[in-house]
Ligand binder design. Structure first.
Ligand code: HEM
Length: 487
């Protein structure tokens, strides 16, 4: 047999094995006899998502709409990976709350020995996550969150400065809120102030520089091989920078006694059973990873929606200024409590309509029989809870495309099941910093709204489009609005 012939046979053999493997992968739900969306070769049910032609949320929304009401869940494939899409609120409640012990994993890739900053709360599973979560729960208490308010208010004054004194102008709102949230992260998660935050801001934009979706996909599918090959999720110069800064700030903190409490670094390092310094650095990085995108998106979308609802905006400004006056113009914990979400229902409505994390991920750590049915979620199955699709379900929220803050007035809110509104997830693996994030967003909104009015300008894209290259729901291009100073 000549060389050419042999090469041809080998290629044919390899292609047949590959074809058979794809067919076996895409036959998982059929073999299990579970209702599922018919997959396309290689792409499964997310064709167009990997190439950026459509957003992952659109693919999930289509499956949710097609199968809702037919079964508690439906099977689908993200490329070759089988997933369960939860359809029924009762099942979502069981997964998130009542039977959360069966679903403590998220199934993301992490490699703490090769990439120490991946040892963070968001990425870890199993006993490592459990022990980290217990220690982090001591940090994110309501009392500690309240203590960080003083520093947060100081940072929010930059918003007034950035808004400037001009009476009328068109501003890039995404940049404005991004600068505030980045400074909060630099300060709270890394203890940085002033000049240092500029370099920090640069790295927060660059740590995904080497990201390749197909590599990340392979790492998720074959984590053992990825670890052996030392696959890195983030650009190495960026993680080196974040680690160096966190370690030097921790040393600085220990050198200087009796500083006012201003950072998560201090809280972690003062804990009774502290983490190692590198583990603390990994948490700080994890907060940038988990928090910065949704914070930026939420604040920008809040202003975008308020700009289109001048009455709600004016009412909110009045309420903010009335409450501030009662508290000597200071954003105190009492002031925030009084403002609460009853006056700021638009904030919850923004999180409903533009849910930053459009889905929650869980991996079954034990077999789960769906109560009252014949359905079984097998150990190791990946489960996806389509929060954005639930938030836009006309059976739960009437006329869901409409921005209508009244649906979050107390009585209306109480009439809906807890699983109908999950912008921060919930239960064991819910957002550990949800209360802190709300505080940060409220302080930002007070600074943004107290003296300025927002309206759409010629540069505002309406309706807003989402960026297909991101898994989060983020605006495709920066949100720009006309801003007017009001006294
Ligand atoms: C608008 C702002 C934010 C939103 C909408 C948000 C939303 C979420 C969601 C949906 C999850 C997954 C929850 C689940 O699977 O049930 C999550 C997890 C997490 N978030 Fe947030 N988040 C925000 C801000 C933040 C901030 C500011 C931080 C850090 C300071 C943070 C830290 C985390 C961490 C560490 C996790 C993983 C928790 C775990 O697995 O134990 N988040 N967040």
């Amino acid at each position: 047999m000549d060389l050419m012939h042999r090469a041809l046979l080998t290629a044919l053999g390899a292609m047949s094995v590959f074809y058979a493997l794809v067919k076996i992968s895409l036959g998982y739900w059929k073999r299990r006899g579970i209702l599922h969306e018919k997959p396309k070769f290689l792409w499964g049910n997310i064709k167009g998502v990997v190439s950026g032609k459509r957003h992952a949320q659109d693919a999930l929304q289509d499956i949710y709409t097609a199968y809702k009401g037919r079964a508690p869940f439906v099977g689908f494939y993200a490329c070759l990976k089988p997933f369960i899409l939860a359809l029924d609120l009762k099942l979502v409640h069981q997964i998130i709350f009542t039977d959360a012990g069966h679903f403590t994993s998220r199934g993301l890739y992490s490699n703490p020995s090769g990439e120490p900053l991946s040892h963070n709360l968001l990425q870890l599973d199993g006993h490592k996550w459990r022990s980290l979560h217990a220690k982090s729960a001591e940090v994110f208490t309501p009392a500690n969150t309240q203590k960080l308010l003083v520093r947060l208010s100081q940072i929010s004054s930059r918003i007034q400065r950035d808004l400037g004194e001009k009476s009328h102008q068109t501003l890039n709102i995404s940049e404005l809120v991004g600068a505030y949230n980045t400074e909060v992260m630099a300060s709270m998660a890394f203890g940085l102030v002033g000049q240092d935050t500029e370099e920090f801001a640069k790295w927060t934009r660059n740590y995904w520089a080497d990201f390749r979706l197909w590599q990340a996909y392979l790492a998720l599918e074959f984590p053992l091989i990825a670890r052996l090959l030392q696959y890195k999720s983030y650009a190495e110069p960026a993680t080196a920078y974040f680690q160096k800064v966190a370690l030097s700030q921790l040393q600085e903190h220990r050198r200087r006694d009796r500083q006012p409490l201003q950072t998560f670094l201090q809280l972690y390092s003062n804990a009774e059973k502290p983490l190692t310094d590198v583990e603390i650095a990994a948490q700080s990085f994890g907060f940038v990873l988990a928090g910065l995108g949704p914070l930026n998106a939420t604040l920008a979308f809040c202003l975008y929606e308020l700009a289109r609802q001048p009455e709600v905006q004016d009412r909110t400004r009045l309420e903010i200024n009335k409450t501030l006056e009662l508290h000597g113009g200071q954003v105190t914990p009492e002031c925030l409590r009084e403002l609460s979400f009853n006056d700021l229902t638009f904030f919850l409505e923004t999180l409903r309509l533009h849910t930053p994390h459009p889905f929650l991920l869980r991996r079954a750590t034990k077999e789960f029989e769906v109560p009252g049915s014949v359905f079984v979620i097998a150990k190791g199955n990946n489960v996806l809870i389509p929060t954005a699709a639930i938030h836009r379900d006309p059976g739960i929220y009437e006329n869901p495309e409409r921005f209508y803050p009244e649906r979050f007035e107390e009585e209306a809110r109480r009439s809906r099941p807890a699983a109908a509104f999950l912008p921060f997830g919930d239960g064991l693996r819910g957002c550990i910093a949800a209360r802190f994030a709300e505080q940060q967003l409220l302080v930002g909104l007070v600074a943004l709204l107290r003296q300025h009015r927002y309206a759409p300008s010629a540069e505002t894209s309406i309706p807003v489009e989402y960026d297909n290259r991101r898994l989060l729901l983020m605006p495709k291009s920066d949100i720009k609005l006309s801003v007017e100073r009001v006294d």
